[in-house]
Write a new protein. Structure first.
Length: 91
């Protein structure tokens, strides 16, 4: 084998190795992107579900609190009105 043949074989081998490494990097990159996409969707879905549950819980608590306050205020007003009525009827 001459020196020129040896150099040509080395160049061809280097090109084959570079092509194989590039293809492997492409496959790994595609796999990582797909994995990141799946994880992003899963995490995003979990966050949305958590926000929904918290929103419902907080919203329900606010509604219940407003209802209790409304009932308490309404009861106090009614009680005050009854007290005023009973004192106004006295001669």
């Amino acid at each position: 084998m001459t020196n020129d043949e040896f150099i040509a074989i080395r160049a061809m081998l280097r090109e084959e190795i570079n092509a194989a490494v590039y293809a492997s990097e492409q496959r790994m990159g595609d796999a990582i992107k797909a994995s990141e996409q799946r994880m992003g969707n899963t995490i995003g879905d979990a966050i949305k579900a958590s926000e929904q549950r918290m929103g419902n819980t907080i919203g329900d608590a606010i509604k219940a609190s407003e209802q209790r306050m409304g009932n308490t205020i309404g009861d106090a007003i009614a009680s005050n009105a009854r007290a005023n009525d009973s004192t106004s009827l006295k001669p």
